[in-house]
Design a protein around this ligand. Structure first.
Ligand SMILES: [Zn+2]
Ligand SMILES: [Zn+2]
Length: 351
């Protein structure tokens, strides 16, 4: 198999040729056809997350030690099954749920794999990911049939779509006319606009500093577009029932929390970095909620795939490029040159 690996954090990925693994037990070997490139791949590539105040969280402290293969938006074809694998057949095309926990703790047993703290097996974060021709998936229950959805778009549902879907579920109960702001219109933010629109919300306010991204958000169903650098940005964002922040900087958090109406909720998704400093009394007096959201669970991905199959979810713009261009794709994403999502095509690289 071929994989594009982090050999040293911050250095270009290396093309590595290794023996294709044989699935053991309940494992399934999936030959990757499409693999989305996510903004959090950049943080893992660089090796740390910025915690603000000069503090950093290093990914190697959580077991992500090079050599390591990124990629947590995998779509592919079942190539081989371990002796105890059940529920899929060779040749079936499947979307892979990557946010896999230990499978044994109470959190995992409750279907909240993405909150597991006792031995996560997240594909592309804790174990080798899908910037490769093949991956091993621990169990067939993490494979979903995404038939009928465009392959490249389907792969993006595993992280950008799911993250947006799960964040939207953390908003307070909403009426169709309620105003909800999306801060940051990169791949996940645009998926957020599409998800809120699919849920029937009419007044989605897209926020970004990039005119092209704002225009794309409008096409996906945002009613208004706000350039957050404009002097009247804060005024335009008053009275929000909910805000989902897909950037996550001190500035976007301040903007989002200030925009809430009483009882509103600010959902933080973006991992750009920094720290939150906020006076305490207004949180109580305004009865606002500040909540984090991290990717999503298997049941949510099933619901999202069903929504996409019905044609209710507008696809975000996706550009597909050969898997061999993984480095260039990361660099373009880092430089802010990507509208929507870049998806790598590993089909042509398969051995
Ligand atoms: Zn991601
Ligand atoms: Zn667990």
């Amino acid at each position: 198999m071929i994989s594009y690996q982090i050999v040293e954090h911050g250095r270009p990925l290396q093309r590595v040729l290794t023996e294709t693994p044989k699935p053991q037990g309940s494992e399934v070997l999936v030959r990757i056809t499409r693999s989305g490139v996510c903004h959090s791949d950049l943080h893992i590539w660089e090796g740390y997350f910025d915690l603000g105040g000069g503090k950093r969280f290093y990914v190697k402290e959580r077991g992500c030690v090079p050599p390591f293969t990124l990629g947590h938006e995998p779509l592919g074809v079942v190539e081989a099954l371990g002796p105890r694998a059940r529920g899929v057949k060779r040749g079936q095309k499947r979307l892979v749920f990557p946010w896999i926990g230990c499978g044994k703790c109470a959190v995992c047993k409750a279907g909240q794999d993405n909150y597991c703290v006792s031995g996560s097996r997240i594909i592309g974060v804790n174990r080798n990911g899908a910037y490769a021709t093949h991956i091993l998936v621990p169990d067939a229950k993490y494979l979903l049939d995404a038939g009928g959805i465009d392959d490249a778009f389907a792969s993006t549902l595993a992280c950008s779509g799911l993250t947006a879907y799960s964040a939207s579920a953390k908003l307070p109960p909403l009426a169709r006319e309620d105003r909800v702001a999306i801060i940051g219109c990169g791949g996940v933010g645009l998926a957020g606009v599409a998800v809120l629109r699919a849920k029937g919300l009419k007044n989605i306010i897209a926020c970004d500093v990039d005119a092209m991204k704002l225009e794309t958000a409008r096409r996906l169903g945002a009613k208004e577009a706000v350039d957050t650098r404009a002097p009247d940005a804060a005024a335009k964002l008053a009275g929000m029932a909910g805000v989902i922040d897909f950037v996550g900087t001190p500035a976007t958090a301040a903007l989002g929390i200030a925009a809430l109406r009483k009882g509103g909720r600010y959902v933080l998704v973006g991992l750009h970095g920094g720290e939150l400093v906020h006076p305490l009394p207004p949180i109580a007096q305004r009865a606002i909620g500040i909540v984090g959201s991290y990717v999503g669970n298997l049941q949510e991905l099933k619901e999202l795939v069903a929504l996409a199959k019905k044609g209710k979810l507008k696809p975000l713009p996706v550009s597909t490029r050969p898997g061999s261009e993984a480095n260039a794709a990361l660099e373009d994403l880092q430089a802010g040159r990507v509208i929507g999502r870049v998806v790598l095509d590993f089909e042509a690289l398969a051995l």
